[in-house]
Design a protein around this ligand. Structure first.
Ligand code: UD1
Ligand code: UDP
Length: 384
């Protein structure tokens, strides 16, 4: 029996881990044993617990309770605690997701203990190292043994950085294997897409109707922590509400909520009084999926939400100057509007209720998690 640590920390990682957990529970229950470990990076009920309950992931066997902090303090605490945990569990591999500080900490701790790192969502690059996530993902990729890229672009990024697609087994940190595997988030959207209808009462509660509202999320540090950027985004949202007379639903990350509270007085008053902006706490994954399926348009700085817009055939305005998910931009269904009021307004005008958009399948066949588990099993069962 192969023993893997399935390491999560932030909201999107818990959601992604559910796809791997499902595959292990299904096809691989007799071959792979997972130990779910939570670093504790996210700890609010709405950013953590709710997903374990709803997505039926085994509750974390261990919570390292690292909590919030500066990058160094948070990552350092995690490395120390992950190392202790790995010493105790002695897994055959550690599975890491995406690009958070939990990913970075897990990769450093595991690689230096000679435990193979499996990186899911490898190869994604914004080519902007001002983003903490860009540093985290590059560092993690370069100490990984199996690297699963969701897109062909990510796969090519890895080759450009010196990874060799022709490597043959046995794989090792010095002889890593790269895959263009598809995206486990697409597996999730297929699995949970229908179940989301259970949450229909949320639409009633919010007073929104199919294709008649915009869904908005904001959480990137450069949008929440730079007042000029947050101001520009909110000025644009207020203007859209007034011109189009439509509700804008914002399930707001606590980081954005805190920053909103410190915006200049008159804007913050206007936001509070606006009949169009519906600011609510973060929602569960099924609720979010339902909102994505029913929104007329999606505006976000989230990586995951950009892709989910595509899965549910929605146009997406991206509050960033660049994205890792370039195929969405090239497809003409997502648009980089940065935190630029005029670009946001122009983008909205272009895409609101636009017909005839096409959403090709860029993200695999919906069975990526099984593929990944099979490769882990075949390649990491005997440790060097
Ligand atoms: C993190 C990831 C980001 C990911 C996002 C997903 C890093 C560097 N960033 O950003 O890549 O897209 O998660 O949502 O790893 N906070 C709470 N409650 C919580 C957790 C955080 O209120 O449960 C607040 C705290 O004030 C904290 C701030 O949010 O300081 C930032 O949290 P942190 O985990 O450092 O980064 P995120 O912005 O959530
Ligand atoms: N999400 C959610 N509830 C919310 C906002 C987002 O369940 O209120 C989900 C969303 O559907 C996606 C994931 O969280 O699957 C994206 O996480 P986030 O935007 O926090 O991080 P990123 O993807 O940018 O790293």
């Amino acid at each position: 029996m192969l023993k893997v640590v399935n390491l999560v920390g932030a909201r999107p990682q818990i959601i992604k881990a559910s796809a791997i957990s499902r595959a292990i529970k299904g096809t691989f229950s007799k071959k792979i044993r997972e130990v779910v470990v939570h670093t504790g990076q996210h700890y609010d009920h709405t950013l953590s617990e709710v997903f374990f309950e709803e997505l039926k992931i085994p509750k974390p066997d261990i919570n390292l309770k690292a909590g919030s902090g500066s990058h160094g303090a948070q990552t350092g605490t995690m490395i120390i605690r992950i190392e202790e945990m790995l010493n105790e569990i002695q897994p055959d591999a550690v599975i890491l997701y995406g690009d958070t500080n939990s990913t970075l900490a897990g990769s450093i701790a595991a690689a230096k203990m000679h435990i193979p790192v499996v990186h899911i969502e490898a190869g994604m690059r914004s080519f902007n190292k001002d983003m903490p996530e860009e540093i985290n993902r590059i560092m993690c990729d370069h100490v990984s043994t199996l690297l699963f890229s969701p897109t062909i672009t990510g796969f090519k990024n890895l080759i450009r950085e010196g990874f060799m697609p022709e490597n043959t087994p046995p794989y090792h940190i010095n002889n890593p294997k790269i895959y263009h595997s598809g995206d486990i988030m697409y597996d999730n959207s297929l699995f949970f897409g229908k179940l989301a209808e259970q949450k229909k009462q949320l639409l009633k509660k919010l007073g929104v109707k199919h294709n008649a509202f915009a869904l908005v999320t904001i959480h990137r540090d450069n949008n929440t922590d730079i007042p000029e950027r947050l101001t520009a985004i909110f000025e644009a949202l207020l203007t859209i509400g007034k011109i189009y007379k439509i509700p804008l639903v914002l399930p707001l990350h606590p980081r954005a909520k805190k920053s909103l509270a410190s915006l200049n007085g008159s804007l913050s008053e206007e936001i509070k009084k606006s009949p169009y902006l519906k600011i609510i706490p973060p929602v569960s994954f099924l609720e979010m999926t339902l909102l994505e399926k029913t929104a007329g348009i999606i505006m976000t700085d989230s990586g995951g939400v950009q892709k989910e817009s595509h899965f549910f055939n929605k146009a997406c305005l991206v509050f960033r100057p660049e994205t890792e998910w370039v195929e969405l931009i090239n497809n003409g269904t997502a648009l980089l509007v940065d935190a630029d009021k005029q670009k946001i307004l122009d983008g909205f005008n272009k895409y609101w209720l636009k017909k005839g958009l096409r959403f090709p399948e860029f993200y695999g066949d919906g069975h990526t998690a099984e593929f990944i588990c099979r490769e882990i099993l075949d390649n990491l069962s005997i440790r060097d």
